[in-house]
Write a new protein. Structure first.
Length: 532
């Protein structure tokens, strides 16, 4: 059976094209060998379950591994200490018996004793008794036991679960004085330190004690370009598309920053959808094919994007921060102690780039931009309606006339918003350009946001229309020196993309400005400069 790219279930090497996990597994085993308690808290669809399943297999020679999934525990199992303890014990026994090889008699006897307690449904079997039984099991084992719990925060609304965590903490700390698990590994979106957010305010005292036993988890779960290239080499060996695996991997990484779901989904779209549209796999695995896959991906409704939009809806401050960053390139210092920044990072929506907040990847930036713009489109914004009326005049013979787009934008923006004032132009100008641009390229083109991290004065937009590329730098006028910096920035991008023509859109508050478009030649480059 041929392998496929997978985004819906646990990835398995024998069935799916995968990035190699060997380096991560070795690093995690080292933590386990050292008796560490650690937490893999990463955003949704970041490969947590896949890595835990792989780690379970990887550790089998040296340990007995118990891998639980708290999503399989119904809410009734958390109604009381007794119900939870019996359910946990029952799952523990079943999973212990799945380990490779026969268990020694002493360990089997301990497990049988615990199984009898579960079968009798003893009403006085609670957390204290559970951990005493677990300690006895560890004492009778011929190999160390590792406990892993996936989706650990799915149970976090339950106070019994928090009592269990407190007991587990005490049990782990006291392991020098009594038999205990060799290592404890938890996985979920919320870090233990953030679980208080999922508890009712009047019960916050349940998590007040410091959780100071968990080791820092610094293993990078994102895929590097080199790792993506390794996966593509395996695919190429099967299909012989002729792709340059390193170049294609770099381009996939450019758009995704290695976010596992996005990498796999782009590859899946290239393999299954884009190849059908372009007529062959060889045509699909190309720069144009990747842009087409990005266009499809950013217009679909998947659970990852739904989750992201849900998070920013639930946290308006995070939404406001991202809207300013996406459209204005506004610099926001990355402060790890800031609650909103910490949450955005934990949810995988933002990251730290040169000590400044940035969207986690270009795909997310585009999805967020489209979401924010759609709110204005639904309000029937005048600039959007003007674009809808005129969009057909900007494409001739399948080619987009970007200069004409900018000329008409200047006219409409000046007519509609020219008297709104400096603050409006600074905060809304660039967003309104995208509102005007989006209907023109919709269905045939794709744009990528390049928010400049180091300054709040520039935002770059890369527009792909069929196989043509347009680099547009938008900026606020802050004097000749900044204007010269913007030109140099634009020419740097032009060099990176091997382009001879670039576009500079300046929003100016200068009353003596020369509004309109002019051409500036610098060496072998042509800059189309538009001033609003």
């Amino acid at each position: 059976m041929a392998k496929v790219f997978n985004v819906t279930t646990v990835c398995r090497p024998q069935k799916h094209y995968m990035v190699s996990l060997d380096g991560r597994l070795r690093a995690m085993k080292e933590l386990a060998d050292n008796g560490m308690y650690f937490i893999i808290n990463k955003a949704r669809q970041y490969g947590k379950t896949t890595i835990l399943r792989a780690l379970n297999d990887y550790l089998q020679d040296d340990y007995y591994v118990v891998l639980m999934d708290f999503q399989t525990f119904g809410s009734a199992k958390f109604k009381s200490e007794n119900a939870f303890s019996l359910s946990f014990a029952s799952s523990f026994i079943r999973l212990m018996n799945r380990n490779r090889g026969s268990l020694p008699p002493g360990l089997s006897a301990r497990l049988s004793g615990l199984e009898k307690i579960c079968g009798a449904r003893l009403s006085d079997f609670e957390l204290k008794e559970l951990f005493e039984s677990l300690s006895d099991i560890c004492a009778s084992s011929d190999k160390p036991i590792i406990l892993m719990i996936d989706e650990v925060d799915s149970a976090a609304n339950n106070l019994v679960f928090l009592d269990f965590l407190a007991q587990l903490r005490a049990y782990y700390i006291d392991r020098d004085h009594g038999p205990a698990f060799q290592s404890v590994i938890l996985a979920g979106v919320y870090d233990i330190k953030n679980l208080a957010r999922k508890i009712r305010p009047d019960e916050d005292h349940k998590v007040n004690s410091p959780w100071n036993v968990a080791a820092d988890f610094h293993i990078n779960m994102s895929f590097s370009a080199a790792e993506i290239a390794g996966m593509l080499c395996e695919y190429e060996a099967d299909y012989h598309t002729g792709m340059d695996t390193e170049t294609i991997a770099e381009q996939i990484y450019y758009h995704t920053s290695g976010y596992p779901f996005l990498v796999s989904r782009l590859c899946q779209l290239l393999d299954e959808t884009v190849s059908m549209r372009l007529g062959s796999k060889s045509e699909a695995w190309s720069s144009y094919g990747i842009i087409e896959a990005c266009r499809i991906l950013t217009t679909e409704n998947n659970t990852l994007f739904e989750s992201m939009i849900g998070k920013i809806t639930n946290y308006p401050e995070l939404k406001h921060l991202l809207e300013r960053k996406v459209f204005n390139g506004q610099t926001v210092s990355y402060t790890a102690t800031n609650e909103i920044i910490r949450l955005g990072t934990m949810f995988g929506i933002i990251k730290n780039v040169d000590n400044a907040v940035a969207p986690a990847n270009r795909i997310f930036a585009r999805v967020l931009a489209d979401y924010f713009l759609s709110m204005d489109e639904l309000k029937e914004t005048e600039i959007y309606k003007a674009s809808i009326r005129e969009k057909h005049q900007f494409v001739t013979g399948g080619r987009l006339d970007m200069r004409a787009v900018m000329e008409r934008f200047i006219v409409h923006f000046t007519e509609l918003y020219g008297n709104r004032g400096e603050r409006f132009i600074e905060e809304e100008g660039r967003k309104y350009f995208l509102l005007y641009l989006r209907p023109i390229i919709n269905g045939s083109g794709y744009y990528s946001m390049e928010a400049v991290t180091g300054s709040g004065t520039r935002t770059d937009v890369i527009v792909y229309y069929y196989e043509e590329l347009f680099i547009i730098e938008t900026k606020i006028w802050h004097g000749p020196k900044r204007n010269e910096d913007a030109r140099n920035q634009l020419m740097g991008y032009m060099d990176s993309y091997c382009q001879k023509t670039g576009y500079l859109l300046t929003f100016s508050f200068n009353k003596t400005k020369m509004q309109g478009i002019k051409e500036v030649r610098i060496g072998d480059k042509l800059l189309i400069e538009a001033v609003v």
